[in-house]
Design a binder for this molecule. Sequence first.
Ligand code: IPE
Ligand code: IPE
Ligand code: MG
Length: 262
Amino acid sequence: MYTRAPATLSDKPADASAIQAVVPRHVAIIMDGNGRWAKKRGMMRLMGHRQGAKAVTRTVEAAARMGVKTLTLFAFSSENWKRPADEVAGLMDLFAKVLQSERDNLHRNQIKVRFVGDLQRFSTKLVTAIDEMEELTRDNRAMQLNIAINYGGRWDICQAARALALQVQAGEITPEDISEERLQEQLAVVEDVDLLIRTGGEQRISNFLLYQCAYSEFYVTDKLWPDFDGAALQEACAYFAQRERRFGMTSEQVQALATQSK
Ligand code: IPE
Ligand code: IPE
Ligand code: MG
């Protein structure tokens, strides 16, 4: 029997490299505002999504150039199925087209692409294209790009809990072995988010990376997603570089830690 309380992430010594990072290692973006961008121009919402896809290309290239290690983009939430059927169908169509048109470009730029979310609800054709893209880019090392589709933070925590329950059932671990780290290892997106960007001005998380954003810096801009570009990403990263990340400590402790590790 285990009597010791499971280790928790918060017991770990503070991560000096995260505190001192100037370029965020993991950037996550809630790409919001496509509909409003189109509406302002008297266009259909789908036109906003099409323009949004161009902003994705620009942002991926800019992030890789800046030295971001992981970029996670929220493209479709588990709640977005509630939208009008024609908008959902248009988005599915757009995903398939972009997968096709961006394939070579992403591979040439050494981007490793992964799709995160509950993929069961998508068509076989789309899932096949996703598998091919992941297979093609699996050994690329310039940047990891996670595209979150049919993703929800609650779904992610739930599927991680289920995976651990199966390990317990199989006798591989005991309930006492379940720690914050073990749970995190089972998440669809494992790495903590350093910088969370939301375009479109809303100050909410909309069921994105709930577990992974425990200590991320939040940057909200009124800019609508189709207007986002490399300069906007740089602005967000400049904001990040100015933050003092304290992870629960005092400012004095953080500064002492920074001096120690120099
Ligand atoms: C984000 O833009 C894209 C998706 C959710 C797929 P929206 O479509 O939510 O744009 P707004 O918020 O209506 O302007
Ligand atoms: C969040 O945007 C999801 C994506 C950007 C994919 P929403 O537009 O769905 O968020 P809410 O509904 O305004 O919270
Ligand atoms: Mg929205």
